[in-house]
Design a protein. Structure first.
Lengths: 81, 293
């Protein structure tokens, strides 16, 4: 079942077709303060910043009490589609 | 002149042609064949690292050791792995360790690079407890067992990795692709493929790719051809510059050859002039993966 990240709106499956696990992490977003250099044309690098409420499902350790993995940041959570 | 007839048939007349053997085999009071003598305070520490393998799976460990009374004992124990890193301690009792073998009980992965195991002698010394003698350091697969004493001790990056075709996150409309190397993993990014559906807004977009370490940009490449309104090119990132794909239906993003990425590193798109109605598909990408703890 695919998941939808409540932080970035991306959809993903936490389990790959071969059973391997996938760890979603939100993409950076365009920096609203970015002013493109008009002399560089369309190849101007799009400046980005990290999403304020970023979700990152990568594991940083194990909770010694619950024995459950701890993820980098839960963000706004996710929903199962 | 009389001659001695040849000796035939009777083994009592046989003569040993070779000389006396240099090595004599003792049949009693034999010394133990292993230098590894375990006392009651010694145990085995088994560590299993499987950052991206489907969980749970079960590891089988078979151990033979020679007890002081001369009996060779064989035990087989099963360890359920429910976490990305699993650590187990168990004791055997006093005796000489003869051999150890570790393997998964069911088909988990056919490639090295997925499940790395270490086995070490562990001595219970209270606060000073620590592994004191590494015995096994190797990947295990469906067909490859890690063993001591005749197995190899390798580093996690010493062998070929696990080949993975990964389906990434489909970003929301107007957002970029970003894929992060998982914790405790090293990737060799070989290629990636995805589509980019430009909305009807008339403006040239210029898809590009960025490699970063999670913060700092390490590499950037911009497609040679812009994507116009209403076009949906398939974009391929690889180290082989197939310029023939640079048309309205396809574009190429060049990435460095042998692009090794550590945990937390990212590859992501960067698209000047991306519009809110533009849509990247979920990327499909090919990596070679190793455990990296």
């Amino acid at each position: 079942m695919p998941n939808k990240c409540n932080s970035c709106g991306g959809t993903y499956s936490a389990t790959q077709p071969d059973g391997s696990r996938y760890f979603h992490a939100c993409a950076p977003i365009p920096n609203p303060a970015f002013q493109p250099d008009p002399t560089k044309g369309p190849v101007n690098l799009q400046a980005t910043i990290e999403l304020a409420n970023k979700r990152n499902e990568n594991i940083t350790g194990i909770d010694l009490v619950t024995k459950q993995p701890i993820i980098v940041s839960a963000g706004a959570g996710f929903i199962v589609l | 002149m009389a001659t001695t007839p040849p000796v035939t048939g009777d083994p009592r007349n046989a003569v040993i042609a070779s000389g006396k053997r240099a090595v004599q085999i003792t049949a009693n009071q034999v010394q133990p064949p292993s230098p590894l003598y375990l006392q009651a305070e010694d145990g085995l520490e088994l560590a299993i690292f499987s950052p991206t393998i489907a969980l749970p799976f079960i590891i089988s460990v078979s151990v033979r050791w020679l007890r002081p009374d001369g009996e060779i004992v064989c035990v087989r124990r099963f360890f359920p792995c429910t976490l990305t890193t699993n650590l187990f301690l168990f004791t055997l009792g006093e005796g000489f360790l003869l051999d150890i073998e570790v393997h998964p009980t069911a088909a988990v992965t056919s490639d090295p690079g997925g499940i790395f195991t270490t086995v070490a002698i562990f001595r219970d010394q209270g606060d000073l407890s620590a592994p004191i003698w590494p015995l096994i350091s190797d990947y295990i697969t469906n067909t490859h067992t890690a063993s001591w004493p005749y197995g190899e001790q390798i580093l996690m990056q010493d062998t070929q990795g696990r080949i993975r075709s990964i389906t990434g996150t489909a970003p929301a409309a107007g957002a970029e692709i970003s894929e992060t190397v998982p914790s405790n993993v090293r990737w060799l990014l070989k290629s990636a493929s995805f589509t980019y559906a430009a909305s009807v807004t008339v403006l040239n977009r210029q898809p590009g790719i960025i490699i970063d370490d999670g913060v700092n940009i390490l590499y950037r490449y911009v497609a040679g051809q812009a994507v116009a309104a209403s076009q949906t090119p398939r974009i391929t990132a690889s180290s082989s510059n197939q310029l023939g794909l640079q048309d309205g239906s396809g574009a190429i993003l060049s990435i460095p050859d042998c692009l090794l990425l550590s945990a937390g590193f990212r590859w992501r798109t960067n698209t000047p002039n991306i519009q809110v109605g533009d849509q990247y598909s979920a990327p499909q990408y090919l990596v070679e993966e190793w455990v990296s703890v």
